[in-house]
Design a protein around this ligand. Structure first.
Ligand SMILES: Nc1nc2c(c(=O)[nH]1)N[C@H]1C(S)=C(S)[C@@H](COP(=O)(O)OP(=O)(O)OC[C@H]3O[C@@H](n4cnc5c(=O)[nH]c(N)nc54)[C@H](O)[C@@H]3O)O[C@H]1N2
Ligand SMILES: Nc1nc2c(c(=O)[nH]1)N[C@H]1C(S)=C(S)[C@@H](COP(=O)(O)OP(=O)(O)OC[C@H]3O[C@@H](n4cnc5c(=O)[nH]c(N)nc54)[C@H](O)[C@@H]3O)O[C@H]1N2
Ligand SMILES: [Mo]
Length: 851
């Protein structure tokens, strides 16, 4: 029998060092909160003292509080925890004992409902309230907001949605609404909004995401699946078999803090084991990752110039080929197109042999070091753990393609502990998958049709996600995308729910311009983000501590289900997204179809019963919904087989019986399909292509630093910026800019100074943090500080807070993926010398007016 405790025991946990410095692992102490074991090994938590009363529905308000003081269960992207509630207020959040590395952000999460930037009421921009869409977009961001009632706001939105749909067709409504919202089967802010829009005729949606814009488009051509949302080889095999780990453009100790669902941070345990096992790790990253700091002396750091990794990988391949070290048998049996790639590698097609010396000139990494890494990866059973920041770059498609080809030449793919894996840094990929069925969730398409549904002869459209600024600005423009042509619709109304476009999208100033173009912009969020401030209509959603929901644990591991129990009443006039969109649907005349006659608890019960049925069909007993709710969570067993999962092992065993999903069934080093597109910016095999902005460009004379916008340890993108989490790292209230001591000295910058960081697209103030953890020609501003323009609503205004995307470039990675290029920008830096330092206002309420 297996259970969570045994899993941790098997993980060799005793005495392991804490993953996050200062955060003790409760799991390491051998504690467990799981009380009862059911048939099949399902474990159930102990009854909680404060679980909300199930007998009363809160969804449409009973007027009577059903909340108790005591302890309730809740969860978020950052983990599973118990909320201690007293006098209707949250006292603290306590991580469950099974959490292998409780997040540092729990304090910030506890502050979320009460934070200073909370959206308190439905609000409408002053002139929009007077004139409706005829007010025009000019005043967005600068005008005050006026408080309205929920009924009024639903009225305004419903009329406007119908006007735009009837006048221009549903494609003029942009409802792509990308964002990380909060987890939960019912509370999906985006699905609920899209459910509403779908019932009302449809909307323009998007392809892809920001995370893996390039990798998820290229890898299906190369390995036949997206490669980035896949389970990878388990930690048991890694710890037993792997002889070398190459952590290429990844920082798992930072990025595994969160999960798209919720998490028990199992990979913290994986990395502890790896450290204890003494497996050597080489981190390739212009920034020395936290993971390298954690691993200590067993981790070597190689720091290429940003955006030059493909050149480095090509040189490694050149070394393997010319020294006859390639695993020819693997190439013959499992790949296609090596012969077509080789002439390029050897310089026969372009006169440039991709030698280590050639790559040294581009990457700044010594040729000998490149040779050595190539040999090590070939000679040792190596696992290439590839991150994703590295493909958020111009020509980012080439990165993961080159990684796969390099791993193929080394020949370890499909051997236990060898090859590559692209999720060790994300949502704890590699942690064993349990026996649990997938938990259902609310559908965005209640009529079973996709966003492509037509409304009275109008078809709707889909655009590549990161091109939305371009789309708003250029209706009717036709672009290339992944082998086809796309014509932009004429967007008149933008509706965003659970995402922060002014944090996510590159080139904020271009977005300031584009965002003023539509007739109407609507944002539904919990806090006054820059996106909310730039909108006409703002809807106050409640946080996940103020509503009920259920989430699964672990996007890849699916360890169990957590009741996200309402701990406190929604603050001010906020409501759950389910409440908001049920009411909007009702205004639009689709109330019944939207709710299917169920309230919040009714839906949760339905989802749970569905999962229970499926679970029991496979011999795993789940408690009744009532018991589950009282206990707060259940976890499922994990088998030994699952712990020893070997990614691509079946393919290796027999590629005929277990072919990949590519055209040839093999790994494609050369893609006929991509060749047929004739794209000048995405050739048919991995290729080094110079980006527009990089350290080797002419422009680097004026803008001498490459900018990285890596993920912050202290936020999830922009989330928690208005809470205590923001205090961990800021300098003079600003987001830090990390700069090397040598560079800082040249510029006369010292720790604690404020600097102006400027690109061709904008300027920000940032707090100087001097550290030798970056290359001297590279600086880092971590992603997600809220945009806080000195002149609100003005294009080109100085950002006072250090918002990375004011500096970044908004161009497509290539015609293939049209991915975002968040890590391809050059900047210059100088000390901010004005006497007065303008205050950062963005964490407070915006200007308001009375009507
Ligand atoms: N320069 C640069 N840019 C990047 C990146 C980078 O590395 N560098 N990373 C990119 C990546 S990978 C991503 S995924 C995107 C992320 O972009 P986003 O997902 O847009 O970023 P978040 O800050 O997570 O935005 C989520 C929003 O949802 C709100 N929210 C939370 N819970 C709820 C809820 O229950 N209801 C409602 N209605 N709202 C809620 C939060 O307050 C927040 O404003 O950014 C991308 N942009
Ligand atoms: N704490 C925290 N965790 C997160 C998130 C968060 O916001 N905060 N966001 C989540 C989301 S939505 C996603 S998609 C994942 C993203 O996970 P990733 O995309 O892997 O995260 P990043 O920090 O953007 O990039 C990883 C590393 O790549 C490095 N890098 C950037 N450019 C280059 C380059 O040119 N060459 C090399 N060799 N390295 C480079 C960066 O310095 C960084 O250390 O993380 C998730 N986890
Ligand atoms: Mo992401």
């Amino acid at each position: 029998m297996t259970n969570r405790r045994e899993l941790f025991k098997a993980a060799g946990l005793a005495g392991a060092a804490a993953f996050i410095p200062g955060a003790a692992s409760a799991a390491a102490a051998g504690k467990t909160g799981s009380a009862r074991v059911l048939r099949g090994g399902v474990r159930m938590g102990e009854p909680l003292s404060g679980a909300p009363d199930l007998s009363l529905s809160r969804t449409f308000g009973t007027g009577k509080s059903v909340l108790n003081d005591g302890v309730v269960m809740n969860a978020s992207h950052w983990g599973v925890y118990k909320a201690h509630v007293k006098g209707g207020k949250i006292e603290r959040l306590e991580p469950v004992a099974e959490d292998a590395a409780p997040s540092l952000q729990l304090q910030g999460i506890a502050q979320q409902p009460y934070n200073t930037a909370r959206i308190r009421y439905p609000m409408v921009r002053e002139s929009y309230l007077k004139k409706g869409w005829k007010a025009g977009g000019k005043g967005r961001g600068s005008e005050p907001f006026v408080r309205v009632t929920w009924d009024e706001v639903f009225d305004i939105i419903a009329k406007e949605l119908n006007r735009v749909r009837d006048t221009y067709g549903p494609a003029s409504i942009y409802g792509g609404s990308y964002g990380w919202m909060s987890p939960g089967a019912l509370g999906s802010a985006r699905n609920l909004m899209q459910r509403c829009l779908n019932l009302n005729g449809g909307f323009t949606g998007h392809y892809g995401d920001y995370s893996t814009g390039c990798a998820q488009v290229i890898l299906p051509y190369v390995i036949g699946s997206n490669g980035v949302y896949e389970q990878v080889t388990g930690w048991d095999l890694i710890c037993d078999k792997t002889e070398l780990i190459v952590l290429w453009g990844a920082d798992p100790t930072v990025t595994n803090d969160i999960d798209w669902a919720t998490t028990l941070h199992e990979n913290a345990e994986g990395f502890r084991r790896l450290k204890a096992a003494g497996i050597p790790v080489i981190a390739v990253n212009p920034l020395k990752p936290d993971t390298a700091e954690f691993l200590g002396e067993k981790c070597e750091w190689i720091a290429p110039k940003p955006n030059t990794d493909v050149a480095m990988m090509l040189a490694m391949m050149h070394e393997l080929e010319t020294k006859n070290l390639v695993d020819r048998e693997f190439i013959r049996k499992y790949t296609k197109g090596y012969d077509k790639f080789l002439p390029y590698l050897l310089g026969k097609t372009d006169g440039v042999a991709k030698t280590p010396e050639w790559a040294e000139g581009i990457t700044g990494v010594k040729a000998d070091q490149i040779r050595r890494l190539a040999r090590l990866m070939r000679e040792k059973r190596s696992m290439l753990m590839g991150g994703w920041g590295i493909q958020r770059a111009e020509h980012g498609e080439q990165v993961h393609w080159a990684m796969v080809v390099l791993a193929a030449m080394c020949g370890h793919i499909g051997l236990p502990g060898g090859g590559f894996g692209f999720t060790y840094h994300y949502s704890n990929g590699g942690a064993a998958t349990s026996e649990a069925p997938a938990f259902p969730g609310i559908s965005a398409n209640p009529r079973g049709k996709n966003t492509g549904m037509a409304w009275e002869g109008h078809s709707v459209a889909t655009i590549p996600l990161a091109r939305f600024t371009d789309c708003f600005l250029n209706p009717g423009k036709t672009i290339d995308y992944n082998g086809r042509k796309i014509t932009y619709p004429d967007i008149r109304l933008v509706f965003w729910s659970g995402g922060n476009p002014f944090a996510q999208q590159e080139d904020t100033n271009a977005l300031v311009k584009a965002w003023k173009k539509p007739d109407t912009t609507i944002v539904c969020d919990t806090v006054w983000t820059a996106s909310a401030r730039m909108s006409d209509i703002v809807l106050p959603a409640c946080t996940s501590l103020e509503r009920n929901d259920i989430t699964s644990i672990g996007s890849y591991s699916n360890l169990g289900y957590v009741a996200m129990q309402q701990a406190i009443e929604p603050q001010y006039e906020s409501h759950s997204d389910f409440w908001i969109y049920s009411h909007l649907a009702e205004k639009l005349g689709h109330g019944e179809e939207f709710t299917e006659g169920l309230d919040e608890m009714g839906w949760l019960r339905r989802f749970y019963e569905q999962a229970k049925k499926e679970s029991e069909a496979s011999g795993l007993e789940m408690p009744s919904f009532e018991e589950f709710w009282k206990a707060g969570w259940i976890t499922f067993p994990v088998t030994d087989d699952s712990r020893r999962y070997n990614y691509l092992g079946d393919f290796r065993k027999n590629p005929i019986v277990n072919p990949l999903g590519t055209e040839s069934g093999l790994i494609e080093i050369y893609s006929e399909k991509i060749a047929s597109y004739h794209y000048d910016d995405c050739p048919a095999h991995p290729t080094w292509l110079e980006p527009t902005e990089w350290l080797g460009a002419e422009l680097a004379k004026k803008y001498p630093f490459a900018l990285l916008t890596s993920k912050s340890r202290y936020r999830l993108h922009s989330q928690l910026d208005s809470t205590a989490s923001n205090l961990f790292a800021n300098v003079e209230e600003r987001e830090p800019v990390w700069i090397h001591p040598a560079a800082a000295e040249k510029l006369g910058l010292r720790n604690g100074d404020v600097a102006v960081v400027e690109s061709r697209r904008g300027k920000v103030l940032a707090g100087v943090t001097v550290t030798d953890r970056v290359r001297p020609d590279t600086v880092v501003i971590h992603h997600g500080a809220w945009y806080c323009p000195e002149e609100p609503g003005e294009e080109g205004s100085l950002d006072l807070h250090g918002c990375d995307n004011v500096l970044t470039i908004d161009i497509p990675s290539s015609k293939l993926a049209c991915g975002n290029v968040a890590n391809t920008s050059l900047v210059r830096i100088e000390k901010y010398d004005e006497e007065e330092l303008p205050p950062v206002y963005v964490h407070h309420q915006p200007k308001t007016a009375r009507r």
